[in-house]
Ligand binder design. Sequence first.
Ligand code: M6R
Length: 616
Amino acid sequence: MCGIVGYIGKRQASPILLDGLRRLEYRGYDSAGLALSNGRGIEVLRRAGRIENLRKLVAETNPRGEAGISHTRWATHGAPTDSNAHPHRDQSGRLAVVHNGVIENYQQLRDWLKTEDHKFSSETDTEVLAHLIGYHYDQSEEQDPVQRLVGAVQAALPRVKGTYGIAVMHEDAPSVIVGARLGSPLVVGLGADEHFLASDVSAIVAHTKDVVYLNDYDVVTITRDGFDVKHLEGGEARVTVSRVDFTEDDAEKGDFPHYMLKEIHEQPNSIRNAMRGRLSRDEATAILGGLQMTPQELRQVDRIILSACGTACHAGMVGEYLIESLARIPTEVEIASEFRYRNVPTTKDTLQFVISQSGETIDTLAALREAKRKGIKCLGIVNNVASTIARETDGGIYIHAGPEIGVAATKSFTSQVAVMTLLSLLLGRIHHLSSTDGLELIDELEAIPDKITDILKQAAHIKQIAEKYAHVDGMLFMGRLINYPVALEGALKMKEISYIYASGHPSAELKHGVIALVKPELPSVFIAPHDAVFEKNISNIEEVKARKGPVIAVATEGHPHIEKVADDVIYIPRCPSALSPLLTVIPLQLLSYYIAVARGCDVDKPRNLAKSVTVE
Ligand code: M6R
């Protein structure tokens, strides 16, 4: 989604802004721009397309300035053109704004501003916001330009319906940048003789690890020497300085050609991190203090709702199987975008979890708010500890996967599944799961990272299979029980990065319609580990083969007879079926990755997609 980077200090701003934008590239965008203030005025440079286009423009014009704001835009109102790119100026041309989010009442505001003789040069909601702030600035009788600018922001924003994270500069106040947020994240970076504003901390972590995550309705003023946070309605706001716990290298590709491949290979460690300090052999259970619920409170839970989008939703579906089989608590997955508009029946002891890597997905956030509105206790399963969802939930479980930059979620999926296994173990152990079964699960869980390493060693074999099928137009993914969500996840990965149409199905659904599609040009991927439904999967594979459909099988080692029915087999190590999604998903991630590479796709930045979907 859109990205914001602001800088004020002693250094030239443009290299810092361009580097920060590059670090936000993964979020998805289609144009970029920056505004620099050098005491003589504000210079705005904008380009449609990649940040590289903006970089070239900066190199040609060599703009100077030790304060600046910049932006990557993902088009919502108006096409991705130079003139729709941010920053936008106000009517006077002396104020510049960058904005993340959506101004829902922009048309009414625009019509009203036109009656005040304002002229617009773009189709965006952001330009309306710039004009609105500029209008209040021009109307103000305040003499001090900094106070006047802060006052204009405080006067304009309550008139706006929608979401925003903004950074604003004015030629009259070259020593400040003003920021504000409502529903779109914004963080202040604290440096020596310099300060930063960013929509995501990864944009500024190369410069500082001391940050202040702004809250909704905060209005911040940053200068070279300090910062000040006020409430939108006036008065001082609550400020907490946090320390970022990852380095810029964690957010770099290292020796890997793509973030996605790096993140796939990080999974043995990210799963270890998800489990670290959370397993008790003595009590054969999991310790999840972040839930902030006593065993008595947990024992009362009679229904669980898991809400999420995309990959996180698939992880939730795995969680449903785990919780129901280990703890026998009725559990349902509600797609967050549906839940927010539905009226899901709940009980007094329903417990809801929202699952989100970014913690900023707007539909998941709305599901959380809807649950709270209805009095449902709602916890988070989140990666980004500073995110809005992390802050608005009553507690939860951090997955500690580290920064996930590739748009295609990989390590966050396995870490979400890992923590839901811990949750199921904990819930199981306060109900009827025996300590013997609990300990066995712990042993098996602790063995999972090394088993993933073994699967990763087969990358060359999976690449060969990928190259064999890279030309196809479509693919089917089949799985049963706990591996049905893995089929959905495999299909999602394939679609989003290789642009091959793919769909996931419970294997037995084949006969109910999908089989009509089977033909020699349409490969089917069967997730068929050696579990209670293995033989059923074999029958389904035979049905596909009888119709000349090619089959790629993900199967358990030690059962080579599957090679008699499938064209290609990728083996995973043995494991209990409850944990199998942690292994079966790995070959599917690699398969989609290598197919996308073979097709020449931009793996880390697939078309039309954003890493974090912060607008509805
Ligand atoms: O940040 P979140 O986990 O809330 O994101 C949810 C989905 O937008 C995300 O999983 C999306 O489906 C990914 N692109 C899948 O790879």
